[in-house]
Design a protein around this ligand. Sequence first.
Ligand code: ZN
Length: 278
Amino acid sequence: MMQRFAINTATFGFQYPIEQSIDAIAAAGFGGVAPWRREIEGQDVSAIAKRIRDAGLKVTGYCRSTYLPSLTREGLQANIESNRRALDDAAILGANSFVMVVGGLPKGSKDIAAARAHVAEGTAQLLEHGRSLGVRIALEPLHPVYTAERSCLTLLSEALNMCQQIEGIVSAPSLGVCLDVYHVWWDPNLKRDIARAGVEKRIFGFHVCDWLVPTADVLNDRGMMGDGVIDIPSIRAEVEKAGYQGLIEVEIFSEQNWWKRPVVEILKVCAERLTTSV
Ligand code: ZN
């Protein structure tokens, strides 16, 4: 019953090494896992990939890109290079996509147009590398509160426009989007843009959690599904109406609450809420 759902390992607050997370997620009956580079890089990536396969899990997404924008050309190239290596690992892991959080303003800059130009240029280069490996790239637009520090890409429509500019409209896109309810729930054009993403076959991932009121910290105070104000079932309905058949991934950054709880308990509550509140 949980096969339709995946767990992003950040949800555990990195309490476990990746091997233990894989085993716990599989034991709880989930269908997939989304690991982070901090858990993978410097390890035997093939062995981890085998462990994931042997556990019967899919890799929904590999998290996540090095931020692209830089004050210099050399800096941009170094950021692209770092992401090329991550794409290599995503290929070994058999990830459904490599998740890109594109980056905001480089330190010391006030030039958001330049940051956006670096994102477009870097993504175009990475798309070529991804294609050569058979790894799709999923741009994850973030809530505008993160524009300065994490993502100058904020709207779903903006992400889709960037996909279209870089790759065009094609029958089997290699560049798409990752929809996270935390980032997009407030968007007045959400319904329209989810439908567009579906028509363009660009929904590569779907992340769930909840927006708490009040929110103590916009980065690390995400809520468990059902505890906040996001109408997750209605967004899920739109995403599925748009043709998305992939796994639904739980991704909760919660420093003061969920990350302090045992992994078994987190998984149990996730499973309950996925059946009642998603
Ligand atoms: Zn996400």
